[in-house]
Design a binder for this molecule. Structure first.
Ligand code: IMP
Ligand code: MG
Length: 174
């Protein structure tokens, strides 16, 4: 049986999102933000975040192909579901659940960057700095965590555990 060990509690997540929202609001002022959630992992984080960004904003989603276990990226990410909204001349804030190697984010920035957004920033709930590829930049990070596999609060293992209110390290039995 897989075992779960709590890494970040529900209370810790929620109070960190208060701080992130405050920082984002301070940076954007009255500007309208286009919040872009990366499906599926970001759905709970996005839901909690946008309710604290009490200003004009729009929400859209993008879904990209995952690399799968042990598969090394060969090039550009595949878009499985593109945005509905035209991002040209808008302040775009990408919402990610977790940045691991940073490859997904790198390609997403490159792709969305070609569509003439006014600005393009990233907020990630979790980051694994030990795994980041060179040049990975994230404007807002909730928690920097060790290079372990985590689940909960949107993050899955084989589509399980997304509904947990906390983040846990998942250990699979050998
Ligand atoms: P990256 O392209 O290596 O940064 O991978 C990012 C994506 O891999 C995330 O958006 C997640 O979907 C998935 N991922 C990376 N690490 C974890 C983890 O620890 N648990 C669950 N999913 C993860
Ligand atoms: Mg993801």
């Amino acid at each position: 049986m897989p075992t779960l060990e709590t890494l970040i509690t529900e209370a810790e997540i929620q109070s960190r999102i208060d701080q992130l929202a405050e920082a984002i609001r301070a940076d954007y002022g009255e500007s309208e933000i286009l919040v872009v959630g990366v499906l599926k992992g970001s759905f709970l984080f996005l839901a909690d975040l946008v309710r604290r960004l009490g200003q004009n904003l729009h929400v859209d989603f993008v879904q990209v192909s995952s690399y799968g276990d042990g598969v090394v990226s060969t090039g550009n990410i595949q878009i499985r579901k593109d945005l509905d909204i035209n991002i040209a001349h808008r302040d775009v804030l990408i919402v990610e659940d977790i940045v691991d190697t940073g490859l997904t984010l790198h390609h997403l920035r490159e792709l969305l960057g070609t569509r003439q957004p006014k600005s393009l920033k990233v907020v990630a709930l979790l980051g694994k700095p030990d795994a980041y590829m060179e040049g990975t930049t994230i404007e807002y990070v909730g928690f920097e965590i060790p290079n372990r596999f985590v689940v909960g609060y949107g993050l899955d293992y084989a589509e399980r555990y997304r509904n947990l209110s906390y983040i846990a390290v998942l250990t699979l039995d050998e």
